[in-house]
Design a binder for this molecule. Sequence first.
Ligand SMILES: [Zn+2]
Length: 440
Amino acid sequence: MLQSTQRLRQCAMMSRQQEKFQKTLHATFVCLNLFVAFNHAGDYNGYMVYQLSPNTSEKIAVLKSLESATGYDFWQEPGRKTSHLMVAPEQQHEFEKRMAASQIQTTIAINNVAEHLRKDGTFRDGQKEKSNKGTRRRFLRPDWKNFLFERYLKYNDMLRLVNGVVAKKSTANVITIGQTYQGRKMIAVKLSTCDNNPVILIDGGIHGREWAAPMSVLYILQKLIDDDEVIKKLTFYIIPLLNPDGYEYSRRKDRYWRKTMSKTPFTKCRGVDGNRNFDSHWNESGTEGDPCSQLYSGPEPFSESETRALRDLITSVRPVMYITFHSYGGLILYPWGYAPDLPDNWPELHLLGKKAADEVKRLFNTEYAVGASTNLLYPASGGSDDWSMEKAGVQLVYCIELEDFGSKFEPSPSELKEIVQHANTLVQVFTKHVEENYAS
Ligand SMILES: [Zn+2]
């Protein structure tokens, strides 16, 4: 009896100790998570970017497993092409050991991300903007006609440019489509002469750090707005920047911020990956339930005002084609993204994608790979492209990862000037196809 009472006491004590240990472990994990998530605060000292060449699906799976781990951030997702992964200093030793054990070839693309940012051209532009008064005045008042797309604009300057040019065109209107979490106005430009014409919807910049994407959409708008012949036959809705909060945070505080800026209860980590937040196989693949992850899919589908704004516009204007611009990788992707499956009209999407890629190759000698998202990258669900086709019935859907010429998120002024022309060339080929096959 005495022995069994002692055993019970010992068991209770052990159980309390275990519980205490588990609580401590959990608290340590949470603290560590918050620490790693916030310790760079946009500084990135000691962070490295590795270039990886996983040549088998097993190796891609090893890389994919790192997505959920703290301290890892894929700049270019693993897939057929090489990928780029930023690794926090605390994880680098373990990461290199793991890559060696998995026989995944790695090279160092950026030795110290903080140093890279100090030397980087686009970042220097930002600093000049603050320090040089003459430059500042010029940058604050970019002129639409003479703007050469050699630098990245603030969201307010984008709005000023767009409002200025639209005011002069009878076929163009600025429509407010919503408000961001931080209260910024979200806009689309409608170009139309007849509401019965087939609709093409174009957006960019759902990911804050992908600055080349919204600049490309602005360039497309600059070219389309004066193309009266095309606007006679087709209606366009153009959203230059879908995630202005994330874009501005990326400009001002944390260059590699990807998500929205919404707050999630019970965590200090902010934001949701807008391109994992759409209600199409939501949270099934290539997403994270951890609010601190760059790939956090949100507490529920359409939890973000930015994704709801796009959803509502698409469902009300019912486009025949939807094109969404991202950066980077040089890819023309079509659905599906959630699983290695193909939509019924994939031959049309593939041929048209190839035709557009051929035109960019002919004009600029730059190659874009064409394929279903899951054939070129690993599965990722909850994207705006999948949702628009699956739930909104959009027939022709493309997600474009713009070329970066090896500069990753920081194309130089001359590179940006060419990238925006790639985007416009792709849209011209796509538009012609819709005009010839879908317009009456
Ligand atoms: Zn993106």
